[in-house]
Design a protein around this ligand. Structure first.
Ligand code: HGY
Ligand code: MN
Ligand code: MN
Length: 426
């Protein structure tokens, strides 16, 4: 088949929505489990697990079938490169992640990686070549739920975090990131520090209710809000739940509950702008009905679009934690930073490339900020970057097996990605 180079920004390519959907459903089979809470099939493909290795191998085989030059870097980030007519030109990059939380749906991250792959497949079908090279990325440990720091692979590639920091992270079972990366065979040779691409565009399911409420299939993402994750460990004293007088108790479970109530009170106070807060992980020990817990381990996830108000929330939470031992003498409080990212604005230029692409394809869009963290926020540090959101159904629920977008909306979002990328590749 002859290849024709795409030379004008008016070029339009229609992706194969059916093939995209098939690939999404195929990848979703890896890590599938019966979710008791929803009665649906969920996905648990946490990073560097055997399931993740299987998913990685499948996506790499698809990249190779599409003729991409596939490389893996020192963080296990996977890259597929499609050469352009000008190999020395800085590439345009598109991608996301294929690792999932433990109770995931089929779209978070995967839509961005498989959507970029569908663009390549469609370029191949059309016999088209771009001037700039095109690179697809699948980033390691975007979710952060196994090793405790989110956007890990892209943060090291873009230079915010070090390889040593990442390698020494450990999971709940004490398994070290670097060892697990070695174990699954994805500690690649490619140096992890990325040369700045010409641009980076990430398509992602919105994971929130806004596009559905507005009746829009596609949104243009203006940036990402600040994220703060910390682990708080409360040390009390184990004692008999019946014989020990209340005034002699040092109840770690009570202290954990006080923190959970406090973070919601901070949100409701209105003193921290659009603060969002969740204590997602709670573990008490020994976890027995007749024993006052001597240990409680919780995680505190704070989100805020305003860095100054995030800092105020973190400082006020720290002050509250310091007060806890005065409420229960003998209580000891330990905190450990897990993740911290500032609010990140996306490139106006890339946002308008996306908005123009959507408009040319007849899609009405809106600009919205991302409530979730994404690899794009790391790439924004080294290249003009923005994101495309695809409407989610059921109030945009995500990090839950109910996460869903329609084949039509997925195709719409990836057609916009294709058009925006082609404009940027010229
Ligand atoms: O937590 C987040 O915002 C993202 O899903 N890692
Ligand atoms: Mn994601
Ligand atoms: Mn996620």
């Amino acid at each position: 088949m002859t290849t024709e180079t795409i030379t004008t920004e008016e070029s339009t390519l229609t992706i194969n929505g059916e093939r995209l959907w098939q690939s999404l459903m195929e990848l979703a089979k890896i890590g599938a489990y019966d979710d008791a809470a929803t009665g649906l099939v969920g996905i648990n493909r946490q990073s560097l697990t055997d399931e993740d290795r299987e998913g990685r191998r499948l996506v790499m085989s698809w990249m190779e079938e599409a003729g991409l030059d596939v490389t893996v870097d020192q963080m296990g980030n996977i890259f597929g490169r499609r050469e352009g007519t000008e190999p020395s030109a800085a590439p345009v990059m598109a991608g996301s992640h294929i690792d999932t939380v433990a109770t995931a749906g089929a779209f978070d991250g995967c839509l961005g990686v498989l959507g970029a792959l569908e663009l390549v497949r469609s370029l191949n079908d059309a016999g088209l070549q771009t001037r700039r090279p095109l690179v697809i990325a699948a980033w390691t440990e975007e979710e952060g739920v196994r090793f405790g720091t989110d956007m890990l692979g892209s943060a090291v590639a873009a230079g915010r975090l070090s390889l040593d920091y990442a390698y020494d992270l450990v999971d709940e079972a004490g398994l070290r990131f670097g060892d697990e990366l070695e174990r699954i065979g994805f500690m690649g040779e490619r140096p992890v520090r990325l040369d700045a691409p010409h641009a980076y565009v990430e398509a992602h399911i919105e994971q929130g209710p806004v596009l559905q409420q507005k009746g829009l299939a596609v949104g243009v993402v203006t940036g990402v809000q600040a994220i703060s994750w910390q682990k708080v460990t409360l040390h009390g004293r184990a004692a008999h739940a019946g014989t020990t007088p209340t005034e002699l108790r040092v109840d770690a479970g009570l202290a954990a509950a006080q923190v959970i109530v406090q973070v919601r009170a901070m949100v409701d106070s209105g003193l921290y702008g659009q603060l969002r807060a969740t204590v997602g992980h709670v573990r008490t020990s020994p976890g027995l009905p007749s024993v006052v817990p001597d240990l409680a381990e919780i995680t505190v996830d704070l989100r805020n679009p305003d860095d100054a108000l995030m800092a105020k929330a973190e400082a006020d939470l720290e002050a509250f934690l310091l007060e806890l031992p005065h409420k229960q003498p003998g209580l000891r409080v330990e905190t450990k930073r897990m993740a911290k990212t500032t609010a990140v604005p996306f490139s106006e230029e890339i946002q308008s490339a996306i908005a123009t692409a959507a408009q040319d394809l007849g899609h009405e869009t809106m600009r919205l900020m991302s409530g979730a963290g994404h690899d794009a926020q790391e790439m924004a540090a080294i290249a003009p970057t923005a994101m495309i959101f695809v409407r989610g159904q059921y109030d945009g629920i995500s990090h839950n097996p109910r996460e869903y977008s329609t084949p039509e909306d997925c195709a719409a979002g990836i057609n916009v990605l294709a058009k925006a990328i082609l404009q940027l590749c010229v």
